[in-house]
Design a protein around this ligand. Structure first.
Ligand code: DGY
Length: 307
């Protein structure tokens, strides 16, 4: 029997599956455990089930000498020092595949939302500002016939491309191994959608210069990681009219404080990192994380290894 620390209550039967075979300790609060608490609770654990909010760095790994396995309930693993874990022989797993369509749906919802100015229209109705029909009121951008530029062509990028094609868009992409150069994509696309992991190479990939390359009528969609975009530059681009709008599921930091200067920018739709948030997908993610730990603690390879 191993000892598992789970960093959040999971509203699914994954915890029961782990409890059937192991001693399970669950962080009792809705907020993530602060680093010190995480270190304390991980200290005696053989395995961790973490969220993307937990920083699993060398300091944490050093504080947890028994650790054999980490299951991240996310496809992204930028919160985990994978090299440091590998150096200590700790298996790391994630949850690829199950959230692909769910996340691409949200990316496309953001795209449609900003193209057709839905937040602005909804606010007008709620605030009692819905005036008589006007020929030039609420004019947005067409999606059919527009060019969708996909940055990063993994599973979610592919799923986004399928959605774009279904809506009659011309789809181009730029990734490390295929597609067109990023500069060309930024210049051609009417909608730029980010689907690249956050790594040292992609941090602030979309900076002031990249935003400057985009058309003033173009929109930026980010469902990847907040750190891929230089948020201060994005604010300037939105305020200065260098681009037409942005739809973000991810920001840096998260949560974004309500007084963050970014939120003053026009034509901006921000939702709170809900890309994978459907009942079915989150249940599958929790199940995969549990399966990763059950396998690793039984001495078998994880079914969904991160590397
Ligand atoms: C992930 O899995 O990496 C997503 O960002 C969380 O849904």
């Amino acid at each position: 029997m191993g000892r598992i620390f789970i960093t959040r209550e999971l509203p699914f039967d994954a915890v029961d599956r782990l409890r059937a075979e192991h001693a399970v300790d669950v962080w009792e609060r809705p907020d993530p455990p602060p680093p010190e608490a995480l270190r304390e609770r991980a200290a005696g654990a053989d395995a961790l089930l973490t969220m993307l909010t937990e920083r699993v760095d060398e300091a944490l790994l050093d504080a947890a000498p028994r650790l054999r396995a980490i299951a991240n309930m996310a496809v992204g693993t930028d919160n985990i020092d994978l090299e440091a874990a590998a150096a200590r022989g700790i298996a790391v797993g994630n949850t690829p595949g199950v959230l692909t369509d769910t996340t691409a749906d949200l990316a496309f919802a953001l795209l449609l939302g900003v193209a057709r100015r839905l937040p602005e229209g909804a606010a007008e109705v709620r605030d009692g500002r819905w005036g008589p029909w006007q020929p030039a009121h609420g004019l947005g951008a067409d999606v059919a016939g527009a060019t969708l530029g996909i940055v990063g062509r993994g599973r979610i990028g592919d799923a986004m491309a399928r959605r774009g094609e279904g809506f009659g868009m011309e789809v181009v992409h730029s990734s490390r191994s295929s597609g067109i150069p990023l500069e060309e994509l930024l210049e051609r696309a009417d909608f730029v959608s980010l689907h690249t992991p956050l790594t040292p190479a992609t941090r602030h990939l979309i900076d002031a210069a990249a935003l400057e390359r985009m058309k003033p009528t173009a929109f930026l969609i980010n469902t990847a990681r907040g750190g891929v975009v230089d948020q201060a530059a994005l604010r300037e681009a939105l305020i200065g009219g260098a681009i037409a709008g942005a739809g973000l599921d991810v920001t840096d930091p998260e949560p974004l404080p309500p007084d963050d200067p970014l939120l003053d920018a026009p034509n901006l739709l921000v939702v709170p990192h809900v890309g994978s948030a459907t009942v079915r997908t989150r249940a599958r993610m929790a199940a995969m994380a549990a399966e990763n730990l059950l396998a690793a603690l039984a001495g078998r390879p994880m079914p969904y290894p991160a590397t």
